[in-house]
Design a binder for this molecule. Structure first.
Ligand SMILES: Nc1ccn([C@@H]2O[C@H](COP(=O)(O)OP(=O)(O)OP(=O)(O)O)[C@@H](O)[C@H]2O)c(=O)n1
Ligand SMILES: [Mg+2]
Length: 418
């Protein structure tokens, strides 16, 4: 039996070597039994994993372990931890070499490091490389590699790792991923600096076709070159995501960008490169994905508005007050102005996510925002009181309020804001 050793491992070591901020620390404990850990005051996390929380810092301490698979997919784990498992054995079953380094507790960021699998070498070479065949044991790692590619934009996936990921997908390993885990990884990847790289990697290994066939289908679908110099729909959607990242857009906006044009993938061949009515089809396909991946409600709702209305928002420059009010009503903008503002942000990303048009102005956003502010400035209570004084009831009161809002927009338009 080895003597008890507690080391920092994984992301914290990697990020420290990269000079990036370290948020959470993960620890590996070698040479200990669960009973010893509990005697030292650590709290066990769950029954299945030999993971403990530090009594004060609440950081995760995992006993060195080897894992062996008993079934397919994420649920098929049997975890084997014992005080005989060495550090090297533990590191061998981790996902990537850059995540398979361990350092002493008080490590200054350089000097002694346990790096049996070339993590430092791969960090310097900017390579995402799997450690051993044990990579196969957890198909979530396919998503993790894609997510790390989105975070570390200048890293490439090692050819042998991509080949292994392809094999896993071909063997059906991506089919059994739990919806929540897929969404969790996708959401994290969407929030990285280069979200488009996640989809590039997922596409390269075949996982995108399995996880998001509605999205995978967009590559090879042409759009009209007058509006879309990049032509290819998949390329366009990735450019839209790049714009969203550049604007530091929140998750909902990035997700809405991802799904806004899904309907272009089901356009009849004889209509191409036009996509008449794609917005409704996008909304339906986005709904399907939302259900399948259990996407949170706020992301789904925003994506729905953007899918249905992005064309109308792009073409909103000449709308009169009544038409603007109808747009606001379809978007439920009066009740949900913040969501509408996010929808406008997604539309701006869509407008700029086109080859050579990345810097274009998007006056629609400010104009619609200002028009909505006018509509919101109407005092509902006052208008309703007036309507009631005139003997109106029920829906007629609502109509009077809507009318007053339209009037407010009309006044503002007449004072011409440009
Ligand atoms: N499916 C997984 C999940 C985690 N790990 C290992 O557990 C460590 C900690 O996992 P996690 O905190 O999820 O990832 P980090 O690498 O710390 O990255 P992040 O910055 O996203 O926390 C990883 O570095 C890796 O060694 C793994 O091998 N396979
Ligand atoms: Mg971590």
């Amino acid at each position: 039996m080895t003597s008890l050793q507690i080391l920092t491992v994984g992301g914290a070591v990697r990020d420290q070597l990269l000079g990036r901020p370290v948020n959470d620390r993960d620890w590996v404990v070698v040479g200990a039994t669960p009973e010893q850990m509990q005697a030292l005051g650590y709290q066990p996390v769950g029954r299945d994993f030999p993971v403990f929380l530090h009594p004060e810092t609440h950081e995760e301490y995992a006993l060195a372990r080897t894992e062996r698979k008993s079934g397919r997919g994420y649920r098929g784990f049997v975890v084997q931890a014992s005080p005989d498992v060495t550090l090297e054995e533990d590191l061998a079953r981790r996902d990537l070499t850059i995540n398979a380094m361990a350092a002493p507790a008080e490590w200054p960021g350089s000097g002694t490091l346990s790096d049996p699998y070339g993590g430092q070498r791969d960090l310097e070479a900017r390579v995402l490389r799997h450690v051993t065949e044990a990579f196969r044991e957890d198909p979530v790692r396919i998503l993790r590699v894609a997510r790390f590619a989105a975070r570390f934009a200048d890293f490439s996936v090692a050819p042998e790792t991509l080949a292994l990921m392809r094999e896993m997908v071909a063997a059906g390993e991506a089919n059994d991923l739990v919806a929540e885990r897929v969404w969790q990884e996708l959401a994290r990847g969407l929030m990285e600096a280069a979200p488009e790289r996640m989809f590039e990697v997922l596409r390269d290994c075949g996982a995108l076709e399995v996880l998001l066939p509605e999205l995978a289908r967009l590559w090879g679908v042409p759009q009209r070159a007058e509006y879309h110099p990049e032509v290819d729909t998949g390329v366009h959607v990735m450019m839209v995501l790049q714009q969203a990242a550049r604007m530091n857009a929140p998750l909902g906006v990035r997700y809405a960008c991802l799904v806004h044009d899904l309907g272009k993938g089901t356009t009849a061949a004889e209509v191409l490169p036009r996509h008449i009515g794609h917005e409704q089809r996008s909304a339906r396909l986005a709904w399907k994905i939302g259900e399948r991946l259990r996407v949170p409600g706020d992301c789904r709702d925003l994506a729905d508005v953007v899918a249905r209305e992005h064309g109308n928002i792009h073409r909103s420059q000449d709308l009169n007050a009544a038409a603007l009010m109808r747009l606001f009503e379809r978007c439920d903008a009066i009740r949900q102005p913040r969501r509408f503002a996010l929808a406008l942000m997604a539309c701006e990303c869509d407008a700029r996510g086109r080859l050579g048009l990345e810097e274009r102005e998007y006056p629609q956003r400010a104009r619609l925002q200002a028009a909505l502010d006018q509509a919101l400035s109407v005092s509902t209570a006052e208008v309703a009181a007036q309507a009631m004084a005139q003997g109106r009831t029920g829906p007629a009161i609502g109509a009077a309020v809507a009318h007053a809002r339209t009037q407010a927009i009309a006044h503002w338009l007449a004072s011409d804001p440009g």
